[in-house]
Design a protein around this ligand. Structure first.
Ligand SMILES: N=c1c2ncn([C@@H]3O[C@H](COP(=O)(O)OP(=O)(O)OP(=O)(O)O)[C@@H](O)[C@H]3O)c2ncn1[C@@H]1O[C@H](COP(=O)(O)O)[C@@H](O)[C@H]1O
Length: 106
């Protein structure tokens, strides 16, 4: 999705050129442990929204989780291309074998 690419580029730009008042820069300044803590919190919020069967809240919480995962990716220099390659590799492998047990070997 191009909007996720745009969001990731915004996050990378904040890392290169910090801006006052930017929440993203606040996370980079606090560092990896803070980003990981936020990811943990957002995961829990996704679980709660899902169990409440609240679709709007679930979409919102999934986006919060996605944003914080993208911040972690920028912090650890993981590119979107690496995710794409990994997804393609799994797709090729799984569609060939047609056996869910094979996922253990991914
Ligand atoms: N997509 C997001 C985004 N999603 C969520 N958030 C922020 O994530 C925070 C999560 O809220 P919480 O209540 O969990 O956290 P908090 O209490 O504010 O802060 P903590 O002390 O818990 O860390 C909120 O402050 C949201 O504004 C985001 N902040 C920024 N972006 C995008 O990131 C890019 C850079 O924006 P800036 O960070 O504003 O420069 C832009 O494209 C923005 O649209």
């Amino acid at each position: 999705m191009s909007i996720l690419r745009e969001l990731y580029e915004d996050i990378q730009n904040r890392k290169k050129n910090p801006q006052d008042g930017s929440y993203t820069n606040y996370l980079f300044t606090k560092g990896e442990d803070k980003i990981l803590k936020k990811i943990g919190e957002e995961c829990t919020e996704v679980v709660i929204a899902s169990k409440r069967d609240n679709h709007t809240e679930l979409v919102s919480e999934l986006m919060d989780l996605t944003y914080h995962c993208l911040v972690l990716m920028a912090e650890k220099d993981v590119s979107l291309e690496e995710l794409e390659e990994e997804a393609k590799r799994r797709r090729g492998k799984l569609s060939k074998v047609g056996d869910r047990k094979e996922i253990d070997t991914l």
